[in-house]
Design a protein around this ligand. Structure first.
Ligand SMILES: Nc1c(NC[C@H](O)[C@H](O)[C@H](O)CO)[nH]c(=O)[nH]c1=O
Ligand SMILES: CC(=O)[C@@H](O)COP(=O)(O)O
Length: 155
């Protein structure tokens, strides 16, 4: 059996989504994409909990706390970091990326990365469902596969 070929049909899994309010005009679209993907794969919307944090920098903290609750089969991090005039873009982008990666390495549930890091608002909008896909949908699709794989390994 090829363990990487699952039926990808969700049932009673619980998913938590941590979303940044910063650039909410974009992150809201990421959330819709993520929920669309999960529901299309059979998850009831009542099994999806959404947690809002101020910005990308705060996302890893809440993801870490949600892992500790042991309530969820998987978590999704959603945010949008858009370059301004200073080095702050690099700092924020690197910290959320590093933070989610580090939590993944010690967590027994998968956490996927639906974070847009863009030079312009147009680039960000295009990746939130306008022209270049939806990073929220993509992160949810990755979580569907990872939860399926995690379940196979644990069974
Ligand atoms: N510039 C962006 C931020 N900055 C805010 C930080 O994430 C953080 O909330 C603040 O430094 C307080 O700790 N956040 C984003 O999500 N996107 C940005 O473009
Ligand atoms: C990514 C950011 O933190 C950025 O939006 C902040 O803008 P600025 O670098 O002009 O302060």
């Amino acid at each position: 059996m090829n363990i990487f070929e699952g039926n990808y049909k969700l049932s009673n899994e619980k998913v938590g989504i941590v979303i940044s309010r910063f650039n909410s005009n974009i992150t809201t679209e990421l959330l819709e994409g993520a929920k669309d993907c999960l529901i299309r794969h059979g998850l009831n919307e009542k099994n999806i909990d959404v947690y809002y944090v101020p910005g990308s920098f705060e996302v890893p903290f809440l993801v870490k706390q949600l892992v500790k609750t042991k309530k969820y089969n998987g978590l999704i991090a959603l945010s949008a970091v858009i370059r301004g005039e200073t080095y702050h873009f690099e700092v924020v982008s690197n910290e959320i990326s590093k933070g989610i990666s580090q939590i993944n390495l010690t967590s027994d549930i998968p956490i996927t990365f639906g974070v847009i890091t863009a030079d312009t608002v147009e680039q960000a909008l295009n990746r939130a469902g306008i022209k270049s896909g939806n990073k929220g949908f993509d992160a949810a699709m990755a979580l569907v596969e990872m939860m399926n794989l995690n379940k196979i390994i644990k069974d």
